[in-house]
Structure formats: C-alpha cells, structure tokens
Design a protein around this ligand. Structure first.
Ligand code: ADP
Length: 629
C-alpha cells in the first residue's frame, strides 16, 4: 500500500497530545465544541467561496453538520459538507497544531497543570484525544474528486491513505476510550448528552447541527409505546447578536464572550447595539476585564470579527477600531457590506467607515458612563487599559486628545486615589492656574520626591505619573479647560510671594561666583541655584528645556538611543543649613566645596533615580567628609 508509512507529529503537537491523552482536565466536554466550530469554519469557507466565485455552486440551505453515533462500535462521527481538506491540507492541518495554541501551551503549562488552558485558548482538534483512543478523518476537498483518510491512535503518529467519499466535506470519527471508574466515555454516545452539549456550547453556530433522534409515544387507546426516529436540528442557529437584547441573559453574553474570545474571565462591559438607517448593522462589543497576556506587545492584533449577514468575512477587521480602543473584542454584522471585497477595498468602504465611527463613539459613551456610574469597574478597566488611552492622547500629534482627555485618570497626592482631570479642577484653589503633576517610577517614588513636598505643604494637589507615556501625553495636552499642566520637578511653579521671590533673586545674584565655581566640578549641569521649591530636603534636580529628566530616562532605555540628556539644574534649598555651609566653604575652603558639590549632585541624582556614574569617587568623597575631625 502506498502512503501508509506512519508519520510523526511535530514536536509541539506531541506535547499537547500527551496532555490530551492523559488529560486530567475536568471539562472533557469541550471537544465537541471544538470539532463543531471547525466544521462550521469549513462550511463558512465554502459558503464564502460560493458567494464570491461563480464556479462554486452550492446552496446555503444544504449546509449542515451531522452527528452520528454507533453504540456497538463506540463511535461518534461529526460530518460536515464544508470545504474539506486535500491530502496536503490534512497533513499540514492535523500534523501540527496551530502555532498560537502551542505557544501558550508551552509558556503556561510548565507550572500549572490543571488550569483551564483548553477552555481558555481553544486547542481545537487535538482535544478530541481527551475522549478518543483513535480518530479517523475522512475528507474530500471541494476542489478535488479524491478523498483521503487520516488515522491516528495518538502520540506515535498518524497515517494518510487514499480513500473514497461520495461528496465533498469532512467526517471525523472518534473511537471512544474504554470507560473507567471515574469517566463514562460512553455518555458521549447518548442523545441527551449530545443535545445538552450542543445547546451549551454550539447553539449559535449558524448552520444546522443535525442528529437522528428517537422519540417514544404512547399508542392511542393502548398502554403500549411506539418509537420513531426523526432528524432533528439541535441548535437555535440565530447568532446571539441578532437576538433581542431584552431576552438575553448576562450568562448568555458571558458564555458567548468566553467561548469566542477564549477568555476565562467575564467581560467588564458588554455593548450590544443594532443600528438601522444609512447603514444597518448589529454589533456586540466587549470590554475585557483584564489585558490579554500579549496586549502590550507587538504580537497583539486589534480588530473585530466582521460578518455580512451571518457569514464571517474577516476574523480581525482592524479598521473597525481605533488604536486607543484596541482592547475591545467583538463582532459586527452588516448586510450592507459586500462579501466580494478585498482588504484594500474594505479600507475605502464608506459603510465600514461609518460603522467604525459609530462604534468608536459608542465605546467612548459607554466608558464615560462607566466612569460616572460605576467607578469601581472603571478603575479596573483603567488599570488594565489606561496606558492605551494615554498612548491615544499622545498619538498622531494629539489629534484625538479632546476626545480622550475626560477618560484619563491619575493618582492624586491627596489620597493616593484616582482622579479625573475634571475632579482635579473642581476642587482646586480659587487662584490656582495650573494642574500640578510629577513623574516618577512609582506612586511612592512620586510621593516622596523632594519637589513635591513643598507643593503639598502649600495645599496643592499633585497628580502622580508613573507610566512613561504620561508625561508625553500631558505635554501634548498642554492644558485642560484653560489650566496649564505644570511639572513640579521641571517648570516654574510660581508659588512664592513677591517678597520671597525678590529675596531669592538677590541671593542667587549675590552668590553667582560661587555657583560658577561649583559648576566647574560638575560636567553635565546647566545651572546651580538656590531654590524655594524645597521644604526639608537640601537639594533636588530639575530641568529646563523640552526634555525632562523622566523623558531622558525613557529615551535612554530604548534601543539605539543616542544618549540624549535633559538640561539639568541643581537646586539647593535656600532655607536649609547646607546653603549657609556652602557659602562658608566658598570663603574658607574651596577644595572642600568641590567635594560637597559632587556629593550633593550625586544625592540629587539618586533621588531622581538616575545612575551615579562616578560612584567610587563619590563613595570616597563621602567617607573623607564623614571622617573629618
Ligand atoms: P484551529 O481550528 O484553531 O485552526 P484545529 O487544530 O482545530 O485548530 O484545526 C486545525 C486546522 O484543520 C483548521 O484550521 C482547519 O484548517 C483544519 N480543519 C479542522 N477541522 C476541519 C474540518 N472539519 N473541515 C475542514 N478543515 C478542518
């Protein structure tokens, strides 16, 4: 016999199969959902071809998925009249598991054995090995007259041989495992069980899932029963998004969401709309309650599933979501979209643009409402996706900043809780013209910054920015409702009285020669001066110009950075003893003043979270100073 040599599975597939075969996974039921969803995808593909290619002649009403059981042989067969698979396709599709699945499997599964990995990610075809000791797949591609039979009894490989099949499509036969004390695999041959599983997992599959069922009736005028069989459709078929909102329960939404988007947690918010008018569509959108593991990586792809009259035309339609809402999952179904449409044309499609616009404003509205009425959930949302919104403010030179600014939250110095910009403004002092903020590595780093202390002391609230994008976003915003954003560790705060200002100015002028002298011992400092900005701390580092110290850190953390530097100012607390001491040293011991200058600068860098480049020198200077008699 030709082609009967046993082939090995690819390495990742093997690992996954091992898990399936020896599954300790409790929810074995989901194998059926996986096989049915594959069957439905295969029909979708053929349906799509029939609508876009005149040579493909199949009728929509003929499409079906059929379940057949044989209790004697202990087999369950799932048949579909979808696109089918050629020999090569059998080889590629069933010899290796889909990449995404296997990757997740590798990363997640080393440590956690019994997690809901299968339910979470949908590992597809292989899940059938949880209940089957042997699987055969008989398939004929729509585009061919030849049929092939794929067989496998698990880990040691599979064979493919030429076979016969009357019509296109696929038949998957599962030879159930022997029953054990714990698991009665036989149950998967029972009508009630299959009925239950279809209702639970596959109710909205848009093609009929049929099965021959038996019914018994009492004979008329007799105590006897008679049975008859009929072919019954087990699923409702109407997709959830086309059903009446009022009649859908939260549980139905949540199950739909987790099945479709492989998320084990319920969504934070479900937005179900149906629009009619210039363009008609149904959409069902979900805001997840946590960021997917790859959300902030470049592997993450945004997009909504796009259907035209219940036929999937695109798995991830990017153009339906702006980047700042890339976390939204969902489906859009519109009869006004042409099926026979390429991706390039779709981008230009007027209807699609209109839908995208509506969807965007719908999401904005829902988030705004959530912020107002359901603060707890909004904060949860913010923790997961706030960063993306801040990117949105900054992106495209601030093109969308007005739309997004009221969605922003920042931690406030007042109670370390989240505040909106509006809340900040509403409770600021009457004469206050600025919104104060500070950037640091964490909320606690911000909260203990020397520059912040004085501003708080004077009764002003400071917003703490811990994400690197924050400062870029605030710089693009520039102001909110006429109030300027002022960086406490950079900009002029203008918090002093005229008298204090005068005094400081005079002190700085009088000591100019000392500062010039001090600057000579520091290489990368633009200016040294006395300040009123500090309360208890002796020194701090601020910057002038466009680039702040936080930005310097961010930029230098990127690959290929060209070592940009903020223009730094070493500010010395004029009310601190150190100010007097420096003046005295300038008069009496200039060598010592050099050492003090270097130590103070190092101290200021430390507080800012900048590295000390000449650490050895500084360490010995400190020790010398400490050991002075
Ligand atoms: P996934 O469905 O996630 O891609 P599966 O392991 O479930 O992964 O299936 C692998 C591939 O095998 C599918 O992508 C599809 O191309 C093919 N396939 C599976 N079942 C069928 C079927 N009933 N008809 C046609 N192709 C199928």
């Amino acid at each position: 016999m030709k082609n009967m040599a046993k082939k090995e599975f690819k390495a990742e597939s093997k690992k996954l199969m091992e898990l399936m075969i020896n599954s300790i996974y409790t929810n074995k039921d989901i194998f059926l959902r996986e096989l049915i969803s594959n069957a439905s995808d295969a029909i979708d593909k053929l349906h799509y071809e029939s609508l876009t290619n005149d040579n493909v002649k199949v009728k929509k009403k003929e499409f079906e998925i059929f379940l057949k059981t044989d209790k004697e042989k202990r087999t369950l067969t799932i048949m579909d009249n979808g696109i089918g698979m050629s020999k090569t396709e059998l080889e590629i599709n069933l010899g290796t598991i889909a990449k995404s699945g296997s990757e997740v499997f590798k990363n997640e599964n080393e440590h956690k054995k019994d997690i809901d990995i299968i339910g979470q990610f949908g590992v597809g075809f292989y899940s059938a090995f949880m209940i089957a000791q042997k699987i055969t797949v008989l398939s004929r591609s729509y585009h061919s007259d030849e049929a092939y039979l794929w067989k496998s009894s698990g880990i040691d490989g599979y064979t493919i041989e030429k076979s016969e099949k009357d019509s296109y499509g696929t038949e998957i036969t599962l030879y159930l495992k022997e029953d054990t004390e714990d698991v009665k695999y036989f149950e998967y041959l029972e009508e009630y069980k299959l009925r239950e599983l279809i209702k639970k997992y596959s109710n909205y599959i848009t093609y009929p899932i049929k099965m021959e069922t038996t019914h018994s009736h009492k004979k008329e005028d007799s105590e006897e029963y008679e049975t008859h069989t009929e072919v019954e459709t087990l699923n409702d078929m109407i997709p959830l998004w086309k059903r009446n909102k009022a009649k859908i329960t939260d549980e139905e939404y949540n199950t739909f969401y987790s099945d479709k988007f492989f998320d084990y947690e319920s969504p934070l918010k479900t937005i179900h709309t149906s629009a009619e008018g210039l363009v008609s569509y149904n959409s069902m959108l979900f805001i997840p309650s946590h960021a997917p593991y790859d959300y902030y990586s470049k592997n993450y792809e945004k997009g909504l599933q796009l259907y035209s009259n219940g036929v999937l035309i695109m798995e991830k339609c990017r153009d339906l979501l702006p980047d700042y809402f890339s976390f939204v999952k969902g489906v859009v179904d519109s009869p006004d979209l042409s099926l026979n449409i390429s991706r390039e044309i779709l981008q230009q499609d007027k209807n699609l643009k209109m839908i995208a616009k509506n969807i965007e404003s719908k999401i904005t509205k829902e988030l705004t409402t959530m912020l107002a009425d359901d603060r707890e959930n909004y904060e949860k949302f913010w923790e997961a996706f706030g960063m993306q919104i801040k990117f949105g403010v900054y992106d495209s030179f601030g093109m969308n900043k007005e739309k997004l600014q009221d969605l922003l939250l920042f931690v406030s110095s007042q109670d370390l809780k989240f505040k909106t910009l509006e809340e900040y403004i509403n409770q600021m002092k009457e004469e206050q013209n600025s919104i104060y903020y500070v950037c640091g590595e964490s909320v606690s780093a911000c909260d203990s910054m020397p520059q912040v202390e004085m501003v708080k002391e004077k009764g002003y609230e400071v917003l703490y920015c811990k994400d690197y994008v924050d400062e870029f976003a605030l710089q693009i915003l520039r102001e909110y409702k006429g109030k300027k954003f002022v960086n406490v560790s950079k900009d002029d705060l203008d918090l002093d009285t005229e008298e204090e200002k005068e005094l400081l100015k005079k002190e700085n002028e009088d000591n100019k020669s000392m500062f010039d002298f001090m600057k000579e011992s520091l290489k990368d400092i633009k200016e040294i001066k006395f300040t009123n900005r500090l309360k208890n701390h002796p020194v701090c580092l601020t910057s002038v110009g466009n680039l702040s110290i936080e930005m310097e850190k961010v930029m230098n953390a990127m690959p290929n950075n060209n070592g940009v530097k903020a223009e730094k100012v070493l500010e010395i607390n004029i009310n601190h003893n150190i100010a007097k001491k420096l003046k005295k040293l300038y008069e009496q011991d200039q060598e010592e003043l050099k050492a003090y200058t270097k130590i103070l600068y190092a101290e200021a860098r430390l507080i800012e979270g900048l590295p000390i480049l000449n650490a050895t020198e500084i360490a010995s200077l400190i020790c010398d100073t400490l050991s002075k008699e």
